[in-house]
Write a protein that binds this ligand. Structure first.
Ligand SMILES: C=C(O[C@@H]1C=C(C(=O)O)C=C[C@H]1O)C(=O)O
Length: 391
């Protein structure tokens, strides 16, 4: 038998042909998941079916093994595919439930210029919503809200909490007075790097440009760098822009590697956040609230102030416990102008229109001095179905 030699070009042509086939199949699978969503409307079945996912993953791991594909690889790929399928179905069902809400073109405001984390989160959030985006950069969180309130944008995207630095207080405080509703959320992985022009030597860096939030999230690494002059900027994007303009080897910015590329910056050190799993949860606000279909997991956000006597907050929390409503977040912020008064922010895993939530609101209204629903929105946090991987 003669051995067959292929040129690199030929081999690459074959790889590209296979990649195209993979894309075609992924697109076909996505369209089938729409058919699944339509059938679920008829039977009122929830979009997520973890028993089906478990069965499917186990079978694929077995099939993969017989083709020398290891279980972890197969699991990772199919977790991504299933997540997309669930979010795609959710987006479709939400569009049906809110026919007027998503226009073919949506104007979205966020903090910072191109490449800011808010910008990345906005793109991510709207990626499955079948709408064209007009992106509007703002230089403050207040502007992000104002521009939506005045009708000059349709949506605003704002960071609300981070796994390393905690709640973003400025955003919580602004929500106290806004007329807008929360209509969505998205959790964005935040991968901070130290970015410089060219391949600068880390030891020579003595000036750092950064927004205060990333600075806080990377405090341990920055401390280890020794004496560094800190220059604060209004956004990550502004920090990157400044460093690109200065074009000096002793100056660095904190930012995401792919955003850095937009400004011609190179990562000289990656993964510099205090916590390796660094995520920021963003909320999406609009002038009109949305209705969340009962086929998908919903979250509701409330703000309330309680009577200033012992046990007032506990009484409210007991209402939630008795109705078996899961609270995922409780935050308190001072009320400006009323010293020692607190405003509580609560996120609960419940649809606003459910019977238990309606009952909870009725009881909470009796127990509080002030209560307002900031919004009810689909939960887009698709936790992957875990399967036992045998070696
Ligand atoms: C597509 C479906 O909806 C969801 C997505 C799945 C998938 O992409 O394979 C599996 C189960 C559900 O969580 C389905 O129910 O079949």
């Amino acid at each position: 038998m003669t051995e067959q030699y292929y040129s690199l070009d030929d081999i690459r042509k074959n790889v590209s042909r296979i990649d195209n086939e993979i894309l075609k199949l992924l697109s076909e699978r996505r369209l089938l998941s729409l058919e699944v969503a339509k059938s679920k409307i008829g039977t009122a079945k929830p979009v997520r079916d973890q028993a089906r996912e478990q069965e499917l993953l186990l079978r694929l791991i077995e099939t993969g093994k017989s083709q020398q594909l290891d279980a972890l690889y197969v699991t990772q790929i199919f977790h991504t595919i299933i997540e997309d399928s669930v979010l795609f179905q959710q987006a479709y069902l939400q569009k049906l439930a809110n026919p007027d809400s998503l226009q073919p073109v949506a104007r979205v405001s966020f903090l910072g210029a191109k490449g800011s984390y808010s910008h990345l989160a906005s793109r991510n959030y709207f990626s499955r919503k079948q709408t064209k985006l007009v992106e509007m950069s703002c230089s403050t969180f207040r502007d992000v809200l104002n521009i939506v309130e005045t009708g000059n944008a349709d949506y605003g995207v704002l960071p609300i909490e981070n796994t390393s630095s905690g709640s973003i207080n400025e955003v919580y405080d602004l929500l106290q007075h806004t007329s807008l509703s929360i209509v969505g959320e998205i959790t964005q992985p935040i991968e901070h790097c130290l970015l410089t022009v060219g391949d600068a030597d880390i030891k020579g860096i003595n000036t750092l440009y950064s927004h205060p939030q990333p600075h806080q999230q990377c405090s341990e690494y920055l401390h280890s760098m020794g004496n560094i002059t800190q220059e604060y900027c209004s956004s990550t994007a502004e920090a990157m822009q400044k460093v690109a303009e200065l074009n000096l080897p002793n100056v660095a910015a904190i930012g995401n590697a792919s955003s850095g590329e937009l400004y011609g910056l190179t990562p000289v050190k990656d993964n510099i956040a205090n916590q390796q799993e660094n995520f920021t949860r963003f909320i999406v606000v609009a002038r009109k609230p949305v209705d969340v279909t009962s086929l998908i997991p919903a979250k509701s956000t409330l703000i309330m102030s309680t009577a200033q006597k012992a046990g007032s907050l506990v009484e409210c929390l007991v209402v939630l416990r008795n109705l078996n409503i899961n609270m995922t977040k409780l935050e308190s912020r001072p009320v400006i102008g009323n010293p020692w008064e607190e405003m509580f922010y609560l996120d609960v895993e419940e649809n606003l229109k459910s019977d238990v939530m309606q009952q909870a609101l009725e009881e909470l209204t009796r127990l509080t001095r002030f209560i307002k629903v900031l919004g009810c929105y689909p939960s887009e946090n698709v936790k992957p179905t875990e399967v036992e991987i045998e070696e």
